[in-house]
Design a protein around this ligand. Structure first.
Ligand SMILES: [Zn+2]
Length: 267
């Protein structure tokens, strides 16, 4: 009985911080003696599935890059070589820019991940024709202070005939840059591919191998110390893909698939 009383006192103390702490005997005498009640089982609030996780999202390009050629073309470190800070990115035939698409999808992904308890860091804080960058070296290192993974979100701009579909790019095992992250990045790529395909998106018809590609020329991947992939969600020059990308419902489908992938990978 004494053990039960102590336990009760502990439960009461732990479960209700604003209540005064009754001494165990008083609390016992205040209860009906015939039916020893047990404090209502108060299950702790369920821990969100991604609590404590940090995810970096890298929305490709910036809307104003084309207006800042000097800044955008400046060479920066990219993993054993130098490369222009950034590029203008692709667009649909009707002029819907990649920077705007990646920004919209990334924000939806961020909301989805935050709802699951993750902390999300975006590599840029706006999509503006009066802004440029950040450069690929900064994007590359964006996750290196403790993120669990980095997802770089892009769309392609291929003029090849009937080129459409998505592909996921990983870094190769290239010492000393990406040998440490190649394997987990590939695992992440497989999950991203699975979720995009499950959401009804087709593998790229014009590049890669069943929706996967490996590249050593991307500073965004090369400079990362955490698992990372760059996903080209589709080909903006494809009327088929452009129709999906320019619709809010299509962007939500992309984003939901990416949220599911991050959740599955981090589980
Ligand atoms: Zn891009």
């Amino acid at each position: 009985v004494r053990a039960l009383a102590v336990l009760l006192a502990l439960v009461l103390t732990a479960g209700c911080s604003s209540a005064p702490e009754p001494a165990a005997p008083a609390s016992r005498s205040a209860r009906p003696s015939t039916s020893p009640t047990v404090a209502p089982t108060r299950s702790p609030a369920p821990t969100p599935p991604l609590a404590g996780r940090v995810v970096v999202l890298d929305p490709g390009h910036q809307l104003g890059n084309g207006r800042y050629p000097a800044e955008t073309n400046r060479l920066v470190p990219a993993g054993g070589f130098r490369k222009p800070c950034n590029t203008t990115g692709a667009s649909t035939d009707a002029g819907y820019p990649e920077a705007t698409f990646t920004w919209a999808v990334s924000r939806r992904v961020a909301r989805g991940l935050e709802a699951l308890g993750a902390r999300v860091v975006l590599t840029r804080d706006r999509n503006s024709a009066r802004a440029w960058g950040p450069c690929v070296d900064k994007r590359g290192r964006a996750g290196n202070s403790g993120a669990d993974l980095k997802l770089s979100i892009h769309a392609d701009g291929s003029y090849s005939a009937d080129a459409h579909g998505f592909h996921v790019i990983t870094p190769p095992a290239r010492a000393p840059w990406t040998d440490d992250i190649a394997a987990p990045s590939r695992r992440l790529a497989l999950v991203v591919r699975r979720e995009l395909q499950g959401a009804g998106f087709a593998y790229a018809t014009y590049i890669g191998d069943d929706g996967l590609d490996v590249r050593s020329d991307l500073g965004t991947l090369n400079l990362s110390d955490v698992p990372t992939v760059m996903v080209e969600l589709g080909n903006m020059r494809s009327p088929l893909d452009a129709r999906v990308m320019t619709a809010a419902s299509g962007r939500t489908r992309y984003a939901d698939a990416l949220v599911a992938a991050v959740r599955a990978y981090l589980r």
